[in-house]
Design a protein around this ligand. Structure first.
Ligand code: C2E
Ligand code: MG
Ligand code: MG
Length: 725
């Protein structure tokens, strides 16, 4: 026989429907059987020899085999035996078609060879169909059973795999996870928990859960606490993580964050404690708070802390109906001295001035360093104009003797501006600004000391002019956006986004930086049209770049004022992203820390976040309480302020802060961006520490869109050009 007979082809193509194999060397008989079976509609396959039958059963499973007994070479009985020996056909029912119905010996041989039934010739069609139908039904049922069995096996395997996976996750999470049963007795301890607390598994199973906290904190697990978790659990709210004190096996304690939840599985209630060692974070918070509030060079309170003290002092004075003073002390021509003697001596000089100023003041007064060569003084207690002037004169005396710096005697002078609260202002910002004006007057007049003289007409006029100019300037198209690239450090060091920074092309004053007009705009209603303009322009440009195959995220700075004042910012963003076809998640809104503190802002942020926009915390490290807010707010990204980044390579304390900030950000699942990268060394340190993204003059200064487009396509830090969209 040829290798591929028509029979084989038929076998190869049909596997699922029940099939019947007819084995007979007599073609006429095969045809007759096929005709009798036709009404059943099954697939009937014919072969003409025992050998062909053996081949057929190798290729598929039959519901039944109808076989002639007498065939040349291999007779029916031998064939049946061989069929039975093959695993594929071990259980396939075989029915002999035979004329020897009455012979008991023949029947015995037939059964011994593996037959399950007989049909006698001449075959009665109804009998054949009834018998075959019974076997086909059995076959179908067996197949169904097999399928159920298979799906049960698969399900079992999947369950097993998911349990293995859950266990692996539990064992490999960084947080310690401890579970306890109803009686508060520990039932499981994952690997991190064992490491954190120094136990072996067998030592803790069955022990009370409160074992993990210091004895002083056992009331974390009191009945009242339990009642609270149950209540939260019933409402489906996970309990907030609390700061507590963890207790190791050796009895040593450490600051620990612990979140407790309850879980119901079937009729059982489990307590799950998620624990984490926060010692490094606590130390870091303190270091950051200290660093954020003090000046490195002199150790004096910095501008932020000084302003905070003024705030408190004003609030107190207001209640007590007292007067307060702020003095601004600015060194004359210090820049020239610095250039003449070099920076090192300049620094030594500033420290010497600090020593003398602090010495001249009382312990309870505040001396702060507000900037390069300017100091602020906040006398404690009630201070009227005479008292303030007396302090001013005392400060002038401090400068009467030359300062000795590495053998050189340096003559220094200072100009002092004095403001009083409430006469000259009731807010810290107003007081500081006016003390600056008074100080300038002191310098200009050469008196060295001046008390602020309110000239409301003047200041109001200046403000009015600026605001009028800006109000007209926005619709006249005087605002421009410059863009600064944001380079991804995780893969390939290519630009993946830009930040839009506003400039004002003032008709007479030239190109103004944001610092020269944003504060005024923020104080007035103009912040709304300005923000709207910036958003529209930036998103339009993003579209232009996207059409050119440059797929970039767009970061836009948002003032706190614009969020609280016009809560419709969400609507504006929604409208403009639709107009310019910007998909969600490609716009990043940058806010400063202090802006985030406002409760209204927090609400506004949730809304923008819910719309899919990304939020970045700008100038991170310069404001208050960053960490607390970081945990509460829905932020995606933090931007480390450039004051920490620029001198990263030379200043070890900056390096520590930057590294810890990156770690902290990553622990909170945030993207960390470094601002103010000015050289390759800084970039390398940032990459080493795993910083995600960087911005700075080293890559590019902020520049107009067309200039940046060139840069994006030419620089090695430029953007990857994709398919035009
Ligand atoms: P920012 O958002 O922190 O922007 C970064 C500032 O750092 C920019 O100053 C930029 O020019 C500068 N810069 C970037 N790389 C370096 C570097 O390597 N070294 C140094 N020394 N500086 C670098 P710019 O453009 O003067 O903006 C100042 C601030 O004004 C911004 O700070 C932002 O808070 C605000 N601002 C800018 N545009 C807008 C705006 O459209 N809306 C609002 N609300 N605020 C804006
Ligand atoms: Mg920014
Ligand atoms: Mg910034």
């Amino acid at each position: 026989m040829a290798d591929h007979s028509p029979v084989e082809k038929a076998i190869g193509s049909e596997v699922l429907l029940p099939a019947i194999l007819v084995v007979d060397d007599n073609a006429a008989k095969r045809i007759a059987v096929r005709a009798m079976l036709a009404p059943l509609g099954h697939n009937v396959i014919e072969v003409d020899s025992g050998r062909e039958a053996l081949r057929a059963v190798l290729r598929r499973t039959f519901a039944i085999i109808l076989m002639d007994v007498r065939m040349p070479t291999l007779d029916g009985y031998e064939t049946a035996k061989l069929i039975r020996q093959r695993p594929q056909s071990e259980f396939t029912p075989i029915m002999f078609m035979t004329a020897f119905g009455g012979d008991g010996a023949e029947a015995a041989t037939a059964y011994a060879s593996g037959a399950v039934d007989f049909i006698f010739t001449p075959i009665l069609p109804d009998v054949l169909r009834a018998k075959v139908s019974a076997f086909v039904d059995l076959f179908v049922q067996a197949q169904e059973l097999q399928r159920s069995l298979e799906s049960i096996t698969t399900l079992n395997a999947a369950l097993w795999a998911s349990e293995v996976r859950a266990h692996a996750v539990l064992q490999n999470v960084a947080d310690g996870i401890v579970t306890a049963g109803e009686g508060g007795l520990i039932e499981s301890f994952n690997r991190s928990a064992l490491q954190l607390l120094g136990y072996r598994e067998e030592e803790v199973i069955g022990q009370p859960l409160k074992l993990i906290v210091a004895p002083t904190h056992h009331d974390e697990f009191s009945e009242a606490a339990r009642a609270k978790w149950s209540l939260l659990n019933a409402k489906g709210i996970p309990a907030e993580a609390t700061q507590t004190v963890g207790c190791r096996r050796d009895g040593s304690c450490f600051p620990m964050e612990m979140g407790i939840s309850e879980m119901q599985i079937g009729s059982r209630t489990f307590t799950i404690a998620c624990i984490r060692d926060v010692s490094s974070r606590t130390a870091y918070t303190e270091a950051l708070a200290n660093r954020a509030l003090h000046d490195d060079l002199t150790g004096l309170p910095n501008r932020t802390l000084f302003a905070d003290r003024v705030d408190r002092s004003i609030a107190y004075a207001d209640r007590a109906d007292e007067s307060r003073a702020v003095l601004l002390v600015d060194l004359d021509k210090f820049r020239t001295i610095n250039e003449m003697f070099g920076r090192e001596k300049g620094d030594a000089l500033l420290r010497a001035v600090t020593g003398r100023l602090s010495g001249a003041m009382r312990e309870s007064d505040t001396v702060g360093r507000l900037g390069g060569d300017s100091f602020g003084i906040l006398p404690s207690g009630e201070t009227d104009v005479e008292a303030a002037a007396a302090i001013g004169w005392k400060i002038r005396e401090v400068f009467e003797h030359p300062f000795l710096v590495s053998g050189d005697a340096v003559e220094l002078r200072a100009s002092i501006g004095i403001v009083l609260c409430p006469q000259h202002g009731r807010s810290t910002a107003d007081l500081l600004r006016r003390s600056d004006l008074a100080m300038r007057e002191a310098k200009r007049s050469g008196n060295g000391l001046a008390v602020f003289v309110a000239d409301p007409a003047d200041e109001a006029a200046r403000r009015l002019t600026l605001l009028t100019d800006l109000r007209d300037g926005i619709p006249r198209g005087e605002l421009v956006l410059h863009y600064q690239p944001k380079v991804d450090l995780t893969a390939g060091q290519r630009t993946t986004g830009v930040e839009a920074l506003v400039r004002w092309r003032h008709p007479t004053e030239g190109l103004l930086a944001p610092a020269q007009f944003m504060p005024e705009a923020e104080r007035s209603e103009l912040i709304k049209p300005l923000t709207d303009w910036v958003l529209n322009e930036a998103l339009h440009q993003q579209r232009v770049w996207s059409d050119a195959g440059l797929d970039l995220t767009m970061a836009v700075n948002i003032s706190a004022r614009s969020l609280t004042r016009h809560s419709e910012l969400g609507d504006t963003v929604a409208k403009l992203t639709e107009t310019w076809g910007i998909p969600p998640g490609r716009l990043i809104l940058e806010l400063t820390e202090n802006a985030m503190i406002d409760a209204y802002v927090a609400e506004g942020l949730e809304l923008l976040h819910a719309m899919g926009e990304r939020l970045a915390l700008d100038d991170f490290g310069t404001g208050h309480s960053s960490l607390v807010y970081l945990q509460r707010l829905t932020i995606d990204e933090i931007k480390i302020d450039r004051s920490f980044v620029t001198n990263l390579v030379s200043d070890p304390s900056d390096a520590v802060i930057v590294r810890s900030t990156i770690e902290l950000g990553h622990n909170l699942g945030l993207i960390v961006v470094a601002e103010g990268v000015e050289n390759e060394g800084t970039l390398e340190v940032l990459i080493e520490n795993g910083c995600d993204s960087a911005q700075g003059y080293f890559f590019s200064r902020p520049c107009p869109a067309d200039e940046l487009t060139r840069w994006l396509t030419e620089s090695r830090f430029g953007a990857a050009v994709g398919v035009c969209g």
